[in-house]
Design a protein around this ligand. Structure first.
Ligand SMILES: Nc1nc2c(ncn2[C@@H]2O[C@H](COP(=O)(O)OP(=O)(O)OP(=O)(O)O)[C@@H](O)[C@H]2O)c(=O)[nH]1
Ligand SMILES: [Mg+2]
Length: 181
Protein backbone atom coordinates (compact mmCIF):
# COMPACT_ATOMS: atom_id res chain seq x y z
CA UNK A 1 0.00 0.00 0.00
CA UNK A 2 1.10 3.58 -0.62
CA UNK A 3 1.03 6.21 2.08
CA UNK A 4 0.64 9.77 0.95
CA UNK A 5 3.03 12.35 2.39
CA UNK A 6 2.92 16.02 1.47
CA UNK A 7 5.80 18.50 1.42
CA UNK A 8 4.63 21.96 2.40
CA UNK A 9 6.26 25.31 3.07
CA UNK A 10 6.94 28.64 1.43
CA UNK A 11 8.49 29.38 -1.92
CA UNK A 12 12.12 28.31 -2.13
CA UNK A 13 12.01 26.17 1.02
CA UNK A 14 13.17 23.16 -0.99
CA UNK A 15 10.05 21.02 -1.49
CA UNK A 16 10.72 20.23 -5.16
CA UNK A 17 14.42 19.71 -4.38
CA UNK A 18 13.71 17.32 -1.49
CA UNK A 19 11.29 15.16 -3.49
CA UNK A 20 13.75 14.98 -6.40
CA UNK A 21 16.53 14.02 -3.96
CA UNK A 22 14.80 10.86 -2.75
CA UNK A 23 12.29 9.78 -5.38
CA UNK A 24 12.80 6.31 -6.88
CA UNK A 25 11.10 7.44 -10.07
CA UNK A 26 11.94 10.53 -12.12
CA UNK A 27 9.93 13.13 -10.19
CA UNK A 28 6.99 14.78 -11.85
CA UNK A 29 7.40 18.53 -11.49
CA UNK A 30 5.36 21.45 -12.73
CA UNK A 31 7.94 24.20 -12.81
CA UNK A 32 7.44 27.55 -14.53
CA UNK A 33 9.63 30.63 -14.72
CA UNK A 34 9.70 32.55 -11.45
CA UNK A 35 8.40 36.05 -12.09
CA UNK A 36 8.37 36.93 -8.39
CA UNK A 37 12.04 37.53 -7.61
CA UNK A 38 11.06 39.63 -4.59
CA UNK A 39 9.86 36.46 -2.86
CA UNK A 40 12.79 34.29 -3.96
CA UNK A 41 15.63 34.67 -6.46
CA UNK A 42 15.44 31.12 -7.86
CA UNK A 43 14.77 30.64 -11.57
CA UNK A 44 11.67 28.45 -11.43
CA UNK A 45 8.74 27.79 -9.12
CA UNK A 46 6.15 25.02 -8.79
CA UNK A 47 2.79 25.98 -10.26
CA UNK A 48 0.70 22.87 -9.57
CA UNK A 49 2.45 20.12 -7.65
CA UNK A 50 5.42 17.77 -7.40
CA UNK A 51 5.12 14.01 -7.36
CA UNK A 52 7.62 11.32 -6.46
CA UNK A 53 7.66 7.84 -4.96
CA UNK A 54 9.83 6.14 -2.41
CA UNK A 55 9.77 2.38 -1.83
CA UNK A 56 10.56 1.31 1.70
CA UNK A 57 12.64 -1.75 2.59
CA UNK A 58 9.51 -3.63 3.72
CA UNK A 59 7.94 -3.32 0.26
CA UNK A 60 5.59 -0.52 1.19
CA UNK A 61 5.60 2.73 -0.72
CA UNK A 62 5.38 6.40 0.13
CA UNK A 63 3.84 8.67 -2.47
CA UNK A 64 5.37 12.11 -2.14
CA UNK A 65 3.50 15.24 -3.13
CA UNK A 66 4.79 18.82 -3.03
CA UNK A 67 2.57 21.86 -2.95
CA UNK A 68 3.35 25.10 -4.81
CA UNK A 69 4.66 27.56 -2.19
CA UNK A 70 3.28 30.71 -3.78
CA UNK A 71 0.14 31.80 -1.96
CA UNK A 72 -1.60 32.63 -5.23
CA UNK A 73 -1.74 28.85 -5.74
CA UNK A 74 -3.08 28.08 -2.26
CA UNK A 75 -6.39 26.98 -3.81
CA UNK A 76 -4.48 23.89 -4.99
CA UNK A 77 -3.24 22.98 -1.50
CA UNK A 78 -6.40 21.11 -0.36
CA UNK A 79 -6.48 19.22 -3.66
CA UNK A 80 -2.85 18.12 -3.35
CA UNK A 81 -3.23 17.36 0.38
CA UNK A 82 -6.38 15.27 0.17
CA UNK A 83 -5.84 11.92 1.88
CA UNK A 84 -2.33 12.76 3.12
CA UNK A 85 -1.35 10.87 6.26
CA UNK A 86 1.77 12.87 6.94
CA UNK A 87 3.39 16.22 6.22
CA UNK A 88 6.93 17.55 6.01
CA UNK A 89 7.09 21.30 6.61
CA UNK A 90 10.23 22.82 5.08
CA UNK A 91 11.47 26.30 5.91
CA UNK A 92 14.31 28.39 4.52
CA UNK A 93 15.54 30.02 7.73
CA UNK A 94 17.64 32.56 5.84
CA UNK A 95 14.36 34.33 5.02
CA UNK A 96 13.58 37.06 7.55
CA UNK A 97 9.95 35.97 7.92
CA UNK A 98 10.60 32.24 8.44
CA UNK A 99 8.97 32.16 11.92
CA UNK A 100 5.77 33.79 10.59
CA UNK A 101 5.81 31.30 7.72
CA UNK A 102 6.18 28.45 10.22
CA UNK A 103 3.05 29.59 12.09
CA UNK A 104 1.15 30.17 8.87
CA UNK A 105 1.87 26.68 7.53
CA UNK A 106 1.09 25.00 10.83
CA UNK A 107 -2.21 26.84 10.80
CA UNK A 108 -2.88 25.88 7.17
CA UNK A 109 -2.13 22.19 7.81
CA UNK A 110 -3.25 22.10 11.41
CA UNK A 111 -4.99 18.73 11.26
CA UNK A 112 -1.73 16.97 10.36
CA UNK A 113 0.15 18.89 13.05
CA UNK A 114 -2.51 18.09 15.66
CA UNK A 115 -2.37 14.39 14.93
CA UNK A 116 1.41 14.29 15.33
CA UNK A 117 1.81 13.69 11.62
CA UNK A 118 4.05 16.65 10.85
CA UNK A 119 7.82 16.98 10.96
CA UNK A 120 9.74 20.21 10.37
CA UNK A 121 12.91 20.55 8.26
CA UNK A 122 14.92 23.72 8.84
CA UNK A 123 17.12 24.64 5.93
CA UNK A 124 19.97 27.15 5.50
CA UNK A 125 20.71 27.62 9.20
CA UNK A 126 24.27 28.72 10.03
CA UNK A 127 25.92 26.74 12.82
CA UNK A 128 26.00 29.83 15.07
CA UNK A 129 22.28 30.43 14.61
CA UNK A 130 21.04 26.94 15.46
CA UNK A 131 20.46 27.64 19.13
CA UNK A 132 18.43 30.78 18.39
CA UNK A 133 16.39 29.05 15.70
CA UNK A 134 15.69 26.11 18.06
CA UNK A 135 14.51 28.56 20.71
CA UNK A 136 12.11 30.25 18.29
CA UNK A 137 10.66 26.90 17.14
CA UNK A 138 10.25 25.69 20.72
CA UNK A 139 8.50 28.92 21.77
CA UNK A 140 6.18 28.74 18.75
CA UNK A 141 5.35 25.08 19.48
CA UNK A 142 4.66 25.87 23.13
CA UNK A 143 2.28 28.68 22.15
CA UNK A 144 0.56 26.40 19.65
CA UNK A 145 0.47 23.57 22.21
CA UNK A 146 2.23 21.26 19.79
CA UNK A 147 5.25 19.01 20.07
CA UNK A 148 6.73 18.82 16.60
CA UNK A 149 10.00 17.07 15.78
CA UNK A 150 12.36 19.42 13.91
CA UNK A 151 15.68 18.88 12.19
CA UNK A 152 18.32 21.07 10.60
CA UNK A 153 18.65 19.77 7.08
CA UNK A 154 19.55 20.39 3.46
CA UNK A 155 16.81 19.41 0.97
CA UNK A 156 19.48 18.51 -1.59
CA UNK A 157 20.81 15.77 0.69
CA UNK A 158 18.91 12.45 0.36
CA UNK A 159 20.08 11.32 3.80
CA UNK A 160 18.62 14.42 5.42
CA UNK A 161 15.30 14.01 3.62
CA UNK A 162 15.17 10.32 4.52
CA UNK A 163 15.73 11.19 8.16
CA UNK A 164 12.71 13.51 8.09
CA UNK A 165 10.58 10.78 6.53
CA UNK A 166 11.74 8.18 9.06
CA UNK A 167 10.87 10.55 11.89
CA UNK A 168 7.48 11.16 10.32
CA UNK A 169 6.72 7.47 9.85
CA UNK A 170 7.58 6.75 13.48
CA UNK A 171 6.03 9.86 15.02
CA UNK A 172 2.78 9.63 13.09
CA UNK A 173 2.67 5.90 13.77
CA UNK A 174 2.48 5.34 10.03
CA UNK A 175 4.57 2.23 10.66
CA UNK A 176 1.49 0.64 12.28
CA UNK A 177 -0.55 1.42 9.19
CA UNK A 178 2.18 0.05 6.94
CA UNK A 179 2.28 -3.14 8.99
CA UNK A 180 -1.50 -3.41 8.80
CA UNK A 181 -1.99 -3.17 12.60
N1 LIG B 1 23.18 26.94 -1.56
C1 LIG B 1 22.16 26.29 -1.04
N2 LIG B 1 21.06 26.11 -1.81
C2 LIG B 1 20.04 25.47 -1.28
C3 LIG B 1 20.04 25.01 0.04
N3 LIG B 1 18.84 24.45 0.29
C4 LIG B 1 18.12 24.57 -0.84
N4 LIG B 1 18.85 25.16 -1.79
C5 LIG B 1 18.40 25.50 -3.13
O1 LIG B 1 17.23 26.28 -2.94
C6 LIG B 1 16.30 26.01 -3.97
C7 LIG B 1 14.99 25.49 -3.42
O2 LIG B 1 14.09 25.53 -4.48
P1 LIG B 1 12.84 24.56 -4.68
O3 LIG B 1 13.18 23.17 -4.30
O4 LIG B 1 12.34 24.83 -6.05
O5 LIG B 1 11.84 25.17 -3.61
P2 LIG B 1 10.28 24.88 -3.45
O6 LIG B 1 10.05 24.77 -2.00
O7 LIG B 1 9.89 23.75 -4.30
O8 LIG B 1 9.65 26.25 -3.95
P3 LIG B 1 8.25 26.54 -4.72
O9 LIG B 1 7.94 25.42 -5.62
O10 LIG B 1 8.53 27.80 -5.48
O11 LIG B 1 7.22 26.75 -3.66
C8 LIG B 1 16.97 24.96 -4.88
O12 LIG B 1 17.58 25.62 -5.95
C9 LIG B 1 18.01 24.32 -3.96
O13 LIG B 1 19.10 23.76 -4.65
C10 LIG B 1 21.20 25.20 0.83
O14 LIG B 1 21.28 24.80 1.99
N5 LIG B 1 22.21 25.86 0.25
MG1 LIG C 1 8.56 23.57 -5.79
Amino acid sequence: MAIKVIFVGPMGAGKTTAIAAISDIPPVATEARNHDKTMHVKATTTVAMDYGELSLDDGNKLSLYGIPGQRQFSFIWPIVSKGALGGILLLDCSMSDWAEQFKFYIDSFRSLANSGAMVVGLNRVEEDDKETVSGVIQDCCENLELALPYFFMDPRDPQDVNLLLEALVINAELDHILQGE
